[in-house]
Design a protein around this ligand. Structure first.
Ligand SMILES: N[C@@H](CCC[C@H](N)C(=O)O)C(=O)O
Length: 255
């Protein structure tokens, strides 16, 4: 037996997408990790299943490349465009994620993902921390191109303070009041990815504490995104992660 898969990428964060509305694809962590392996499988930062939901348009089930689960911002944007491709939605949607109900709109093929309201990121001597569905340690640096993202990211991700679940680690360079460049070490991929949507959003909210203002234009190694937000009661509301999500090829997986 076989099942079709589709490959999507959102600013270089790439995902295997499967329409699992008939529950044919088992949630088998080892199989998922095998498929995401870049040498012996299809290769991806994560795998996403689109499944039925009783009240919402669909449920997005996200797995990191190692089979672990969390919220994925770029994956959510890709899932929304995939749901449109499948004919499940038109240009706006409410869908289920591991972090509860999310909504999004597609405008000229760009996905505007509404994130949950957030309290201000916790501020420490040399970093910020925010869990916006996924945990994010945020460090501001002078020249992000020179940051040792994999080495320092792994050291922080596996440090005592984040045991047992670990964290993602974001390195942020402020370019101007409306622009940052973000690089992220991702838990579950255990490497730097070209872009991390929840990390970029968390980084922009931390950047607001340094005086940056919405909208913030974000450079990542895989392309450009935009984060919009409003400040409310010391926290943030109307947070949107905005950017492209593109289907790059299709194939078949043997089951
Ligand atoms: N790439 C993602 C984040 C995926 C989850 C993360 N690796 C974790 O385990 O916390 C994004 O775009 O948000």
């Amino acid at each position: 037996m076989s099942i079709n898969f589709y490959k999507y990428q959102g600013t270089g964060n790439d995902f295997i997408m499967i329409d699992n509305r008939e529950n044919v694809f088992a949630h088998d962590i080892e199989h998922i990790a095998t498929l995401c392996n870049r040498r012996t499988g299809i290769g991806a930062d994560g795998l996403i299943l689109i499944e039925n939901h009783p009240n919402l348009d669909f449920e997005m089930v996200y797995f990191n490349a190692d089979g672990s689960k969390s919220l994925c911002g770029n994956g959510s944007r890709c899932a929304v465009n995939f749901a449109k491709f499948l004919g499940i939605i038109s240009d706006s949607t409410n869908f289920q994620t591991i972090d509860g109900e999310y909504s999004a709109q597609i405008k000229e093929e760009i996905v505007h993902l509404k994130m949950k309201d957030q309290a201000a990121p916790a501020k420490f001597e040399d970093h910020y921390f925010l869990n916006n569905g996924s945990p994010h340690h945020i460090i501001f640096v002078e020249r992000v191109e020179e940051s040792p993202v994999v080495k320092q990211g792994a050291t922080i991700r596996y440090s005592e303070q984040y045991k047992p679940h670990g964290t993602n680690v974001n390195f942020v360079e402020v370019i101007n009041q409306h622009q940052v460049f973000v690089r992220t070490y991702e838990r579950g991929v255990e490497d730097e990815t070209l872009s991390c949507g929840t990390g970029i959003t968390a980084s922009c909210l931390a950047a607001a504490d340094k005086g940056l203002m919405s909208p913030i234009h974000v450079q990542s190694k895989g392309g450009n995104l935009q984060v919009q937000f409003e400040k409310k009661n010391g926290g943030f509301t109307n947070i949107h992660l905005i950017g492209p999500a593109v289907q790059v090829f299709q194939g078949t997986i043997s089951l």
